[in-house]
Design a protein around this ligand. Sequence first.
Ligand SMILES: NC(=O)c1ccc[n+]([C@@H]2O[C@H](COP(=O)([O-])OP(=O)(O)OC[C@H]3O[C@@H](n4cnc5c(N)ncnc54)[C@H](O)[C@@H]3O)[C@@H](O)[C@H]2O)c1
Length: 507
Amino acid sequence: MKNKTLHLLVIGAGDRGSLFGRIAVKKNARIVAVADPSKKMRELMAEDHDIPLERMFKSGKAALKSGMPFDGVYIASPDKTHYRLARLALKEGYNVLLEKPMATTPRRCTALLKAQEKSGKCLVICHVLRYAPFFQIIKKITDSGELGDIISIDLIEDVGYWHFAHSYVRGNWRKEKTSAPVILAKSCHDLDIISWLVHTTPKRVYSSGIRQVFKSSNAPENAAKRCVDCPVKDCIFDARKFYLNHDPPIHWPYRVISPEDTSEKARLEAIKKGPYGRCVYHCDNDVLDNQDVVIEFSNGIRANFSLRFGGEEMTRKIFVQFEKGELAGNLVKGKITKKTYTGKREDTKVESINTKKLGGHGGGDPRLVQDFLDMIRGNDFKDSLTSVHQSLQSHLIAFAAEKSRKTGKLGRIIDFKRYMGDVFKLLKKHHKKHKQYKGKSKKKKKKRRKRKQSKKKSKKSKKSSKKKKKSKKSKSKKKSKKKNKKKRKSKKKSKKSKRKSKSKKTK
Ligand SMILES: NC(=O)c1ccc[n+]([C@@H]2O[C@H](COP(=O)([O-])OP(=O)(O)OC[C@H]3O[C@@H](n4cnc5c(N)ncnc54)[C@H](O)[C@@H]3O)[C@@H](O)[C@H]2O)c1
């Protein structure tokens, strides 16, 4: 079973679907069927994987209802379709790897969790960052307790100015209605990492955000509707820069803007006519380009998350403050600095990871696919790093953040438990069931501290009683020494006096 060749169905043969296909075949799996409403995309995937016509489906539903014996299904269709397709796949008895977000409402997320439990199959969410060695190192240090408890976490996501323009201004995730709020669509990864590190549920959530950059009021004077017609020089968002002349070239969006033909000529044609050649200030986007979320967890840890449209790098920057030290890291740079507060230079350590060699998402993509395939081969669905129950909390925080941001003029602090109601109960139940969050609550912390203190006290009292005993012993020793001295002296004296009396007698 360990080396069994697995037969997989891919639903949604776009960018992620084709990437998954390329990774899976390297890991002894075959893409044997594809479902995509776009004929172009179906054909491209079929060509890559030798899929016959009878296994090319126009819809995910048709593929899932076909009764074909797939070992697993990968769902990489648009966000809004995830819930229905995943539910059907589980109902039909398939193991599912589902792209994030798992669903776009709290109720639908919990419905998926219940459907997975009922099916007995696996439902893994593509929170790939948990699999990235960078975050695994941070998790290991955090869990080891070597720096003490976490006090706070700061996480920044720099989406990358051109990536943001590509996906969230011109591309598929530009409108909340057709995809999801950006805090869910993009940043559920980050909210997931925070949840994973803190080991407990949120208590309060607050968020504020704005669409600050990509709106018509910011358009330069005379800006045209399309970059190819635009007289404005040196616009950093000029589509020709990203898709034709970027140095070094950014390859992955080429297939997105022009799937059939990625030649320069075809790309130029795509930006002349397609959505990716539009002026970023004259698009129909409505998602935010900057958002902050503050989360207070029930064990007192506070986390600040910032989503930023910009950045040259497309990276995550993290800073974790502990009781006795700190961690600071940059995902793309592959650098983690660990400081222990001792004042000694040797207690600052730098860990370097060669992220470029590891694959997409800091090495998270190939590792997650491997884990999913291993689970199927081992027929062991109890737990994966990103099973649906593990992934629920991040999504719920995103919903709470949106509620916070959208309430009133200034936003509102959300009491997480109250806002989630029954959903919170379910979340808690699963935390306990899977022991995923050990819950170092304040009460438990106090107890631990008391236990530590009493241990210290008992150690001290033992030490002091030992000292007392020692001092008693030494005192008695001294006394006996003195006595012995006295005895010896008196003996000497008596001997002397005897000798004197003898000599007198002889005289
Ligand atoms: N885990 C990650 O880090 C990560 C990264 C990028 C994207 N994603 C997610 O992956 C999913 C796919 O993203 P993508 O970049 O491949 O998008 P994409 O637009 O390149 O591909 C989506 C494909 O789904 C097809 N499709 C549309 N409606 C469909 C339907 N009803 N049923 C089946 N297929 C349908 C489209 O024709 C297209 O080929 C999205 O939900 C996205 O949020 C996740």
